[in-house]
Design a protein around this ligand. Sequence first.
Ligand SMILES: Cc1ncc(COP(=O)(O)O)c(C=O)c1O
Length: 412
Amino acid sequence: MSSDVKSVPPSPSVHQVSPPSSGESPIGIKLPIYMDNHATTPTDARVLEEMLPYFTEKFGNASSRSHRFGWEAEKAVDLARERLAKLIGATAKEIIFTSGATESDNLAIKGVAEMYRDRGNHIITVVTEHRAVLDSAKRVERCGYRVTYLPVASDGLIDLEALKQAIGPQTVLVSVMAANNEIGVLQPMAEIGKLCRERSVLFHSDLVQAVGKMPVDVNKMNLDLASISAHKLYGPKGVGALYVRQGVKLEALIDGGGHENGMRSGTLNVPGIVGLGKASAIAAEEMPQEACRLAGLRNRLREKIMARLDQVYINGSMEQRLPGNLNLSFAHVDGEPLLMALTDVAVSSGSACTSARREPSYVLKALGVSDDLCLSSIRFGLGRFNTEAEVDYVADRVVEAVERLRELSPAA
Ligand SMILES: Cc1ncc(COP(=O)(O)O)c(C=O)c1O
């Protein structure tokens, strides 16, 4: 493994080592193929179309109360709030718009920690959470909180008994993501929520990868707080939301004009919010068929690769998993040349590059995956615009590349 990688992208990083060949493949597929939909999704044309007027003729500030421009913007924001609320089983009043899920995760954890300091000083989360949750937890730890980081089993799932044991009289918040961004593993949300409710502990979830991909109901899950990001559900970047159950209080991170019930000041990003609303409406309509189609494509990809290659390992539970996610490790293959061989395919690897070397993904490590297998892993993130022909093309390229690299590998 070479150790001279200079860039510092977040984990897992997208690899297109040499410029992708742009154009059509011999079998008529447009290249490069995007199969990294956990990192971001393209904005759906229907979403963009609905957003565009809010940059130009409908440019009003949603807080302007004295003229039509303001009223028009406010009305659009209200509709978006309703659409998103409907998608997750909430009410419009419970939606706070933010700049994205990083902010939502920060607001939930730091906002609760500060608001409920008198109630206790203990937070519980999980080792496989997104950095936005883990680093927010670390921050409140430095401010006097105790944080329990629950481990996961080899399938990526937490042990409910361990959670039960960890909750104590000082626990104010449990934060567990619904779907993991690397391995797509789904935690038992309803059971976790029930436990939290029984013990009067607030329950937050990073729903970023779940919303729009699987049914989400904040009441069935007993959620008190939930983070959402538009660009993971075919909406624009730089806009998200925090669901805050009615009655739950938060200390704001951003003070100012008192927008969003004083929980998040700042002029609303009206076009972005309109986009998030439209993306939510489309997801509510199309999710059942889309989830089914994606699970079919994902299974096809897995079968095509695993039928032709041995010593390929699936990372994370196959049963409790997002339909569009596949995370595979290839024994006796170095991850870096593998990704270099896949120049026409945008996927992610189970490593993060530091200035000195490639670090194995902390998520895969938490499952007990060896460093070598972490570094040889690929995350395939299938999305709305992927086709069966693309899946077949990607499977062929992966098989060819792994076979070639194994021929060269002394360990194979
Ligand atoms: C699980 C999860 N949480 C949070 C985020 C951050 O979201 P945003 O890009 O909206 O800040 C991401 C995106 O990478 C994610 O996958």
